[in-house]
Design a protein around this ligand. Sequence first.
Ligand SMILES: Cc1cc2nc3c(=O)[nH]c(=O)nc-3n(C[C@H](O)[C@H](O)[C@H](O)COP(=O)(O)O)c2cc1C
Length: 346
Amino acid sequence: MKSFWQGLPKPFFVMAPMADVTDVAFRALVAKCGAPDVFWTEFVSADGLYHTREVLKMPDDENPLMRDLAIGDGQRPIVAQIFSSKPEMVAYATKLVSELGFDGVDLNMGCPDRSIERQGAGAAMIKTPDVARAVIHAAKGASNLPVSVKTRVGYNKETLEEWLPVILEEAPAALTVHLRTRKQLSLVPANWEWMKKVVEIRNRVNPDVLIIGNGDVTSVEQGTRLVAESGCDGAMIGRGMFGNPWVFEGISELRKSHADMEFQGLRKSGVPEGFKKSEHGLSEKLSALIELAYDFEKITPPKNFSILKKHIKAFVTGFSGAADLRAKLMEANSAAELESILAQNT
Ligand SMILES: Cc1cc2nc3c(=O)[nH]c(=O)nc-3n(C[C@H](O)[C@H](O)[C@H](O)COP(=O)(O)O)c2cc1C
């Protein structure tokens, strides 16, 4: 069955799933500043969804896991990311996110967090290919939603030749490859050289699967070059969104340049000439931070305000006096306090 994945222009640019970052409030800000081609939720435990809803009978509007599956206006298409090593739990959560109106479900097979790996989920899945296959199979059978997978190039070392066919043979709609091993965490630069091998394996094993490259992409311009050089279909941006909710706004300029190049019969490499990255000044960044903080407070059940600290650090940086201002803002416990500290100090 056709899904939104097949309708995406190439190269496409997607938001990375990020726990305590890509919540409904941050997605609203990114949607306003320049939407990606696909939104992603934070990851959500499939086992946790089952336990809270079916065992504890927790009402959905009090359930923090259901909160992480909220969909805001303008946040489409949107994929819900879940994790579990139990096929029946993956089936349960997939059916649920389908009923909630998501456009796709993504299975996490790359998270290095020990608490996730202890459950046999996340990157631990790289060591249990049979479980990985069973989980993809369960997700595909549970609803009509397209199923995608996000993983790494290997566990202790790059094992693409062994690991990728396992996933590709189960025919997900899309596969995101974070170009680092589990062991590398995010401590070394992402190795985009590996992407050529990923694409070669995809072309051989299952050419229908879209390949998304992930790791250290900080602009649409850079992502366009990396995609063109490696032959994958799209790029995923994670930390590049920190303090820069405008990171995807280059997409419209890219599409316009591509349309012009197509028209003139010039499109070859996919990289337009003179493609510019737009800059956003400090006052615009601080306004965006305040807006994010107010939207963050509307999330129910509420999230701890301290979660916003990583955004404060990222937005308030790179100018003289930034460290002092940051230190003051870290004391804020509400959006109103944040706004008033900013008003007194800028
Ligand atoms: C704070 C944080 C939270 C993350 N949460 C998730 C997650 O929930 N699911 C996931 O698949 N990856 C998660 N990741 C990994 C990112 O999606 C991405 O793969 C990684 O940051 C590399 O991409 P980047 O260099 O563009 O940031 C997280 C990363 C960070 C820094």
